[in-house]
Ligand binder design. Structure first.
Ligand code: SAM
Ligand code: SF4
Length: 468
């Protein structure tokens, strides 16, 4: 049986495809503007050099993503490809040297172009100790021109982000810290195999604030491990008690995907019940956040005041280029999206052998590039029409082509629009991922309808970005 996965142009598609393959099933990634002839063609394994992949991408600055896969434990809900290793292990150093080698490979291809944002993500980048963080900045990030960089995000877990490590991050220019909190209820933390108590999480948060890093985001997930209302209430009480409250909160609903431990333990609950439960908790948390001054920027991102998350804004809203280093990296350049080898050991093997880490590349036609831009932009609660059009030749107004889809969303009461803005109504802003399918080609949508088989259900829903 072949699993058909629709590409939403984000790293989640990539993640899912690999999980399906690891489970021994074959898969086909269908681009969202694919014609029937194109569907089913295997993507070529790349022979392209960094120069070819970045050819013609001279105009815009780009965004740098660096993947650090290491974690101390695998949390029950997590579907990321993570490497569970101990602190003192040699493999962390070996991996960092591979990152340096990969960065050097790209250096000539992006020479003269500036990095606008950096995102060090994982896994758990705060598993790097002070010396390793310095190495990352000196020898990996240091290969690129950061003279006009406006944001450096560093992802942390509460149990590994020590005060000394946070200090080094701040010294090296990190101006956005993002901590995976998930829950501040002791029962939920324990059941999901997290190492920390709520008090320890708060201590790490306080250290982050005290470090002077201006933008501190926390990630929360609604619905983990049969979470009930009182668990979420405890979490939101604890969030409200943080002083100051975070500048941003990223709030997810629980997504159950291939590769997570709870995929087995949660089988007893119907996916639709799980989704409704998570969404109800998410909406409760959202109301509590609104009372604390947060507003909704995209499906998951809730800033206070005007704290923008520039990396996401560039990537989703502004069609920005991304150069991703490390295992499972997902890049977007002028003519391609492309993917690095997913498994970190295989990634290292390739880089150590002097080979490219790129496993697959997908050329982007102009049509596909437009749909990609639109699909990602519509993940925000609001789309500025002039900004969108500023990326296309003057007068071409490509959004007009999608008028039928926008009119349908408007008739259903899902969006409102005027000359300047397309905006989700607040009650639908939580479901933005569901509506992007309207911007797929008829062929891609027809293919989905034609293959509606029970056993593909969960996987396909995931691929649409449905959080189940
Ligand atoms: C790559 S993780 C890095 C966070 C960090 N390693 C930690 O957990 O402390 C980024 C975020 O993805 C979110 N995430 C992971 N698994 C998820 C799931 N199954 N459903 C929804 N969000 C998830 C979590 O909120 C997590 O903080
Ligand atoms: S949630 Fe974070 S710490 Fe837990 S397994 Fe995933 S990446 Fe690692």
């Amino acid at each position: 049986m072949t699993v058909v996965i629709i590409d939403n142009y984000d790293s989640f598609t990539h993640n899912l495809a690999h999980r399906v393959a690891e489970g021994g099933r074959s898969f086909r990634v269908v681009r969202n503007n694919a014609t029937l002839e194109e569907i089913g063609q295997p993507e070529g394994v790349t022979g392209l050099t960094p120069e070819e992949l970045w050819d013609g991408s001279t105009v815009f600055p780009f965004n740098l993503y660096i993947h650090i896969p290491f974690c101390r434990q695998k949390c029950s809900f997590c579907y990321y490809s993570v490497a569970v290793v101990q602190d003192d292990t040699q493999v962390i150093w070996d991996y960092l040297r591979c990152l340096e080698k990969e960065a050097r490979r790209y250096r000539p291809a992006v020479a003269g172009r500036k990095v606008e944002t950096v995102f060090v993500g994982g896994g758990t980048p705060s598993r790097l100790d002070e010396e390793q963080i310095h190495f990352l900045f000196d020898r990996v990030i240091g290969q690129f021109d950061l003279s006009e960089c406006r944001e450096i995000t560093y992802e942390c877990s509460p149990d590994s982000a020590t005060r000394d490590r946070i200090r080094v991050m701040a010294e090296r220019g990190v101006n956005r810290l993002s901590m995976g909190v998930q829950s501040l209820d002791p029962e939920i933390l324990r059941k999901s195999r997290r190492n920390d108590s709520p008090d320890e999480v708060v201590t790490t948060y306080d250290n982050m604030v005290a470090s002077g890093v201006p933008n501190v985001n926390i990630d929360l997930i609604a619905g983990i491990e049969r979470e009930a209302f009182d668990n979420m209430e405890r979490t939101m009480d604890a969030v409200a008690a943080l002083d100051p409250v975070p500048t941003q909160i990223t709030l997810f609903t629980l997504s159950v995907r291939e590769g997570s431990i709870n995929r087995t333990t949660l089988r007893a609950e119907e996916p639709s019940d799980l989704f409704r439960r998570s969404l109800a908790l998410y909406r409760y948390a959202k109301r509590r956040m609104a009372a604390l001054g947060y507003w909704q920027y995209s499906r998951n991102l809730f800033p206070r005041d005007d704290w923008i998350f520039h990396y996401q804004d560039n990537h989703w809203g502004k069609n920005g280029y991304v150069l991703a280093l490390g295992s499972s990296g997902y890049s977007h350049s002028h003519g391609y999206t492309y993917l690095n080898t997913f498994n970190y050991r295989q990634y290292m093997k390739k880089v150590e052998a002097g080979e490219s880490a790129v496993e697959k590349h997908y050329p982007l036609t102009a049509e596909e590039s437009l749909r990609r831009h639109l699909v990602l932009a519509m993940k925000h609660t609001e789309l500025d029409i002039d900004t969108f059009h500023s990326f296309y030749p003057p007068g071409s107004r490509p959004l007009d082509r999608f008028d039928t889809a926008f009119a349908a969303l408007e008739d259903l009461g899902i969006i409102t629009r005027d000359e300047r803005t397309i905006r989700y109504r607040p009650e639908y802003a939580d479901l933005t991922d569901r509506f992007v399918r309207l911007f797929y080609s008829e062929e891609a949508n027809g293919r989905i309808r034609g293959e509606r088989r029970q056993d593909l259900h969960l996987v396909r829903r995931d691929a649409f970005g449905f959080t189940v």
